[in-house]
Design a protein around this ligand. Structure first.
Ligand code: SAM
Length: 233
C-alpha cells in the first residue's frame, strides 16, 4: 500500500478514509494484520494494524522488508497527448525505470495543461503494480524553450527524431555515461525552430527509432527500452 507518510522503525502511520476503506472493508483486514507499505522514499516496510476504524486507522512500522531501489538518473521529457495516451506514457515510464517524468509544451503540443496530481497518482499506481519501491516525480508542464534555455551542461538528451528515419542508433553507445533525458515530440512532431535549436545543443544526441513513424506513446516506450538496453542498470 502506498502512503504519503515517513516510514521507519516504530513509526506510526495514520490512514486516510480511503486507505482504511481499502484495508478494512475491501481486504477485510483487522487489528494485528500485517501490511506492506511504501512511500517511494524509504523502501518497503512491514507494518501492523494497531487501530482499524471505518474512517481511519493506525499502522505501526515493524521492519524494513526492502531498501529503496533508485532507478538510473534518466528523465523522460514528452509532449502531452490525449488523456488516455498520456496516462499510458506515465505508467510505462514508471515501469521502465524513469527517475523523473517531465511534460513539455512544444509548438505543436495540443494540450495546454495537464492534471499533474492525476498523472502522479498513475505513477504511484504503476510503481505499486510492478513492486517498485521508487515513484518518479511527475513535474509540471513547462515550455520546451524555457527548459532548454536552462538545461544543465552535464545532462545528455536523447532526442527521438523521426526525420532520421532508418539511421542506426550508433550514437548511443555504452561509453556515453552520465545523466540522461529522453525527449519525445508531440503527434505533430517538433517545429523547424525546435529542431534547429536541438541540433545546436552539444548535449543532444539525435536518435532514430527505426524506419517507421511511431505514435508518440509508442516512441516513448521504444526509446526507454533502447536506453535501458544500452545504458540501464
Ligand atoms: N508528425 C510527425 C511526422 O509526420 O513527421 C510525426 C511525429 S511522431 C507521431 C511523435 C514523436 O514520436 C516524434 O516527434 C518523435 O519524437 C517520436 N518518433 C516517432 N517515430 C520515430 C522514429 N521512427 N524515430 C525517432 N523518433 C520517432
Amino acid at each position: 500500500l502506498y502512503v504519503d507518510q515517513p516510514l521507519g522503525p516504530g513509526q506510526s502511520v495514520p490512514l486516510t478514509a480511503d486507505q482504511a476503506h481499502y484495508l478494512f472493508a475491501v481486504m477485510r483486514l483487522g487489528k494485528g494484520a500485517a501490511v506492506a507499505l511504501f512511500n517511494g522514499r524509504d523502501g518497503e516496510w512491514r507494518a501492523e494494524v494497531i487501530e482499524a476504524g471505518k474512517r481511519g486507522g493506525i499502522l505501526l512500522c515493524t521492519a524494513q522488508m526492502r531498501p529503496l531501489q533508485l532507478p538510473p538518473d534518466l528523465w523522460l521529457l514528452f509532449a502531452p497527448i490525449k488523456k488516455a495516451r498520456t496516462d499510458f506514457i506515465v505508467e510505462k515510464a514508471t515501469e521502465m525505470g524513469a527517475a523523473r517524468i517531465q511534460p513539455v509544451q512544444t509548438q505543436h503540443t495540443n494540450s495546454e495543461r495537464i492534471r499533474q496530481d492525476r498523472l502522479q497518482a498513475h505513477a504511484v499506481e504503476a510503481a505499486e503494480q510492478c513492486g517498485s519501491t521508487f515513484v518518479p516525480e511527475v513535474a509540471e508542464l513547462v515550455p520546451l524553450d524555457r527548459l532548454l534555455a536552462a538545461w544543465p551542461a552535464e545532462r545528455r538528451i536523447l532526442w527521438c527524431n523521426e526525420s532520421l528515419l532508418g539511421a542506426r542508433a550508433a550514437l548511443l553507445s555504452e561509453g556515453t555515461r552520465g545523466p540522461w533525458a529522453i525527449l519525445v515530440g508531440p503527434e505533430g512532431g517538433f517545429s523547424e525552430r525546435e529542431k534547429t535549436r536541438l541540433a545546436q545543443m552539444p548535449q543532444v544526441t539525435p536518435v532514430s527509432l527505426g524506419p517507421r513513424i511511431l505514435r508518440a506513446d509508442t516512441a516513448a516506450v521504444a526509446a526507454l527500452t533502447l536506453w535501458q538496453a544500452v545504458l540501464g542498470d
